[in-house]
Design a protein around this ligand. Structure first.
Ligand SMILES: [Zn+2]
Length: 166
């Protein structure tokens, strides 16, 4: 495993649309391992392949407090959303910033797992927010375009472990 460089806004690759994965090649498996390592070492709760410069529809997420429950989503598609939540959001590709974004409160996703088996994942609250944020990345969309009000700076003294940095 290796750390990969995180592309940061306004790198134009972040606005590109990622391609589906049709078979689990060794280089994608290695990419997934690297994405997990990169996400954990950056203290994030989610990372899309485009954020490390690979235009493939692969997302890794871990919203567990112990950071020990990795999820791998390949070719994810949102199939159901319900309710709304308004809260703070950040992104490893926009370091030092955060802003308020309204998202669906619950979100159901159809995707493939690492073994390329179809699975349905259901999220609520932070996990639902994360699904929506990461799947937006696969379509070249950034949360900064959805922020209500101003994008704000994160100050070290305000740092809260619950701040979402995905
Ligand atoms: Zn992001």
């Amino acid at each position: 495993m290796a750390l990969r460089e995180i592309r940061t806004y306004p790198d134009e690759i972040l606005n590109k649309i990622s391609k589906p994965v049709t078979e689990m090649k060794p280089r994608f498996s290695e990419l997934i391992d690297d994405m997990l390592e990169t996400m954990y070492s950056s203290g994030g709760v989610g990372l899309a392949a485009v954020q490390v410069g690979v235009l493939r529809r692969i997302v890794v997420i871990d919203v567990s407090p112990e950071a020990d429950s990795p999820m791998v989503l390949i070719n994810p598609e949102i199939i159901e959303m319900d309710g709304t939540q308004t809260g703070d959001e950040g992104c490893l590709s926009v370091p030092g910033k955060h802003g308020i974004v309204t998202r669906a409160m619950t979100c159901k996703v159809k995707c493939l797992n690492r073994d390329m088996e179809e699975v349905i994942l259901e999220g609520e609250g932070l996990l639902a927010r994360c699904f929506q944020h990461e799947i937006d990345h696969l379509d070249g969309k950034m949360y900064v375009d959805k922020v209500e009000g101003e994008l704000e700076n994160v100050y070290q003294e305000d740092f809260d472990e619950e701040d979402l940095e995905d």
